[in-house]
Design a protein around this ligand. Structure first.
Ligand SMILES: Cc1cc2nc3c(=O)[nH]c(=O)nc-3n(C[C@H](O)[C@H](O)[C@H](O)COP(=O)(O)OP(=O)(O)OC[C@H]3O[C@@H](n4cnc5c(N)ncnc54)[C@H](O)[C@@H]3O)c2cc1C
Ligand SMILES: NC(=O)c1ccc[n+]([C@@H]2O[C@H](COP(=O)([O-])OP(=O)(O)OC[C@H]3O[C@@H](n4cnc5c(N)ncnc54)[C@H](O)[C@@H]3O)[C@@H](O)[C@H]2O)c1
Length: 566
């Protein structure tokens, strides 16, 4: 190491400080902050006189204070996303997984539920003779087989789980099997009950907690897995009840109401709040009720809690559900149904983590408190050095892609490149038929925020209908709307909400615009192919009235023109 120049630890980006003798293209790089010294392979030979920022491939670790640069406890999509990014940043990485790679999303969430929605959605479409006839198609009687649909979901989950595992192994991430427990802020112990052959202790410069969540079941509701169950059981589609009560009309409730009604069930929603879909923009929820609830075999009780559920026996004894008024707390009704799906949210899974070892504890709802940089906060609210928490376990935004984005953000921060994820730019979607999607604030929240911050007169809303879109009409899918809430003085996008065909795919133009801080007055000059559903957003952008002039970006010079010979 003779002749190496030392650079301060606080340098903003990795800095090259010397090269190994005889290795023309290898050099020692000091990473800012707390990341370790590394040997990198350089894109170009290094000249001693130059100190350069290195953007090259990692070859090996130069200093070995710890077994790993990063150990991630939990390998759901959050842990997986963090591991991929860590390796890209040159970190020697291991994941500790106590149950199944891919976690909730791959095994008991996004993936199998989308498989069920895809199959049942086809059944619904093909059974809709009016819709088919409008396209000039006649279909005979359409039936389905439950088991192959269930198998499709199970097989897809197992394929994606395998893909995820291979993607980690290929890039050299060690997969340590066992439930991880913190010993201190650099040490993780892992073990599996009843398995003496599995387990150990590893040290790491940084640790990420990514232990996810499990279904939340309110008190008074015993889960028997047969007649009273959560999404964990429902995804196996072991039977299709004639009448199912769904407690909760959030994402899980809505998506399963779509699946069950397509497969022939009648659904009764039990929702604690005064209206269905309380977490969504009110206008969108109202239209969703018109498209996704009213025309289907669905009824609902709002403003009530399911306070007591007595399991039944399939085909023999009904399930009894006691309903209590949310406000008066008086029992108001009793239902008899074939089955009950409990979809009342998810609880963080932090059991056995031993947070006191790092002087931290969960908050009153059980989530691990974190800073905006995803650092775990200790009991006094200060960041615990080198320990981060991402995904459902911190409760900031319980979505798969949010978990993964938080993982990337945490890795950036541990590499000394300060990063804060803008959660208002994270899109969300509910994969019903048609889909619902959004990014940013609801109109209600945006107006409330504007009143608080003194710009309520500047908030504007623009709307458009799928009925004005040629592609949607070609598909005979004109039901739906999109709305954008924005600031008419600055052109800032505050929220975009879409209900309609492929809404989940369409939202990304808006979410990317929010993430990159594009203004409406600029985006309205972008061009959308015709005829496409993306023109729904184009309509929104063009329909908005902003007081500010477009920036120069929208009128940037074109590449030099080739002279035209006349
Ligand atoms: C039915 C359903 C459908 C969903 N659909 C969508 C969707 O379409 N889109 C979307 O964005 N989100 C969806 N979600 C939400 C999404 O699944 C979660 O937000 C996401 O899985 C969170 O990722 P995570 O990595 O934080 O946690 P998880 O996926 O829960 O993974 C945590 C992992 O940590 C492991 N673990 C826990 N404790 C330990 C320990 N001590 N040691 C070692 N390992 C441990 C667990 O075994 C698990 O594998 C859905 C959820 C459900 C239930
Ligand atoms: N497409 C997706 O992205 C997707 C799909 C499924 C799940 N998820 C994620 O999974 C998480 C869990 O979903 P979820 O639908 O269970 O939760 P949710 O928070 O979306 O909805 C729960 C609903 O249950 C109601 N509720 C709660 N307790 C009740 C009670 N005792 N009686 C009656 N109603 C009650 C709430 O008012 C709320 O409307 C969500 O945070 C979501 O982010 C996402």
């Amino acid at each position: 190491m003779r002749g190496f120049q030392r650079t301060p630890q606080s340098a903003p980006a990795p800095v090259l400080i010397g090269r190994f003798q005889g290795l023309q293209r290898h050099a020692l790089v000091i990473q800012p902050s707390n990341a370790p010294l590394k040997v990198y392979q350089l894109a170009r030979p290094f000249r001693q006189s130059q100190r350069r920022v290195c953007r090259a491939l990692t070859v090996a670790q130069a200093k070995k204070d710890y077994d790993y640069d990063l150990v991630i406890i939990g390998c759901g999509v959050g842990g997986h996303g963090a591991a991929l990014h860590a390796v890209e940043c040159g970190m020697k990485t291991a994941v500790v997984e106590g149950h199944d790679i891919g976690g909730t999303c791959v095994n008991r969430g996004c993936v199998p539920s989308k498989a069920l929605l895809a199959a049942s959605g086809r059944v619904r479409e093909l059974q809709n003779a009016m819709h088919m006839k409008a396209l000039g198609i006649q279909v005979g009687s359409v039936t389905y087989e439950r088991q192959p649909i269930a198998d499709h979901a199970t097989n897809l989950a197992s394929t994606i789980q395998g893909n995820l595992k291979r993607s980690l192994e290929t890039i050299g991430v060690d997969i340590l099997i066992g439930a991880g427990k913190l010993v201190d802020n650099h040490t993780v112990k892992y073990s599996l009950p009843g398995r003496v052959d599995v387990g150990g202790t590893v040290t790491a410069r940084n640790i990420i907690i990514a232990t996810g969540s499990v279904p939340f079941v309110p008190p008074g509701i015993p889960i028997d897995g047969k007649t009273v169950f959560t999404s964990d059981h429902a995804l196996k589609l072991e039977w299709v009840p004639n009448w199912i009560a769904i407690i909760g009309s959030g994402y899980i409730g809505l998506e399963f109401s779509d699946v069950y009604t397509a497969l022939g069930s009648e659904v009764t929603f039990i929702e604690a709040m005064d209206s269905l879909m309380p977490g969504f923009d009110k206008e969108i929820a109202k239209m969703a009720q018109r498209l996704l609830i009213n025309p289907r075999k669905i009824d609902y009780h709002t403003g009530v809690l399911a306070t007591k559920v007595t399991p039944g026996v399939p085909g023999v004894k009904p399930v009894i559900v006691e309903l209590t008024d949310f406000k008066t707390k008086k029992v108001v009704n009793e239902l008899e149904v074939d089955a009950v799906l409990v979809a009342t949210g998810r609880a963080p899974y932090t059991q056995g983590l031993n947070l006191p070892a790092i002087n931290a504890e969960v908050d009153r709802r059980g989530f691990v408190p974190v800073s905006e940089k995803m650092e775990v906060l200790d009991k006094s609210g200060k960041p615990v050095t080198n320990v981060f928490c991402i995904g459902d376990a911190n409760g900031k935004y319980m979505l798969a892609h949010a978990a993964s984005a938080q993982g990337i953000s945490a890795v950036e921060n541990m590499c000394g490149r300060p990063h804060v994820l803008n959660h208002l730019s994270v899109p969300a979607a509910c994969f019903t038929h048609p889909e619902v999607s959004f990014v940013g604030l609801t109109e209600e929240a945006a107006r409330e925020q504007a009143t608080k911050d003194g710009y309520s007169d500047k908030v504007a809303v623009v709307k458009t209908s799928f009925k004005a879109n040629s592609k949607a009409l070609a598909e005979k899918e004109g039901d739906g709307m999109a709305k954008m809430i924005y600031r008419k003085d600055t052109g800032e996008i505050l929220g975009v909400h879409i209900l309609g065909l492929h809404a989940a795919d369409l939202i990304h133009e808006a979410s990317n615009a929010v993430a990159t801080k594009q203004r409406v007055q600029d985006i309205k000059f972008t061009v959308h192919a015709h005829p496409t559903l993306s023109e729904v957003l184009d309509e929104l952008f063009k329909g908005a009235h902003v007081d500010s002039a477009p920036s120069k970006v929208a009128f940037a010079a074109q590449p030099a023109k080739t002279p035209v010979t006349v």
